[in-house]
Write a protein that binds this ligand. Sequence first.
Ligand code: RB5
Length: 144
Amino acid sequence: MTKIAIASDHAGFEYKSAITDYLKKRGYEVIDFGTDSDKSVDYPVYAKKLCSAILSGQCEKGVLLCGTGIGMSMAANRFNGIRAALCPIPEYAKLAREHNNANVLCLGSRFIDINTTLRILDVFLDSEFQGGRHENRVNQIDIQ
Ligand code: RB5
């Protein structure tokens, strides 16, 4: 079963706990890279921890949460090999996997209700990269 890394800042902390429980119920092994409370922290610190875990092979996919998901996606996409997609609707999550082979899902906890968030997550995890014409494009993303 896929190992999932998860991390958030203070704004995403509550959703991180709910998502972790949900993923465990779905049978995933979840590795939590913090933060551990709703005390204010800096999101790039947690994005870095999660991206390192994916790039080292410790985890296959990741979920990053902050208030909007924007800061987390900006920080995560600085790393070659990370393809972080900010997905406000399930259709984005499907295409982020099928066309972009996204390995990190970014979510904005202040703008999406928890049920929609879990639906986005399900679609992200259940969709597969289609390869083909998308492969060559994805291969051009990283900075050489
Ligand atoms: C924290 O207030 C907020 O700025 C942060 O969670 C995130 O939305 C940044 O992109």
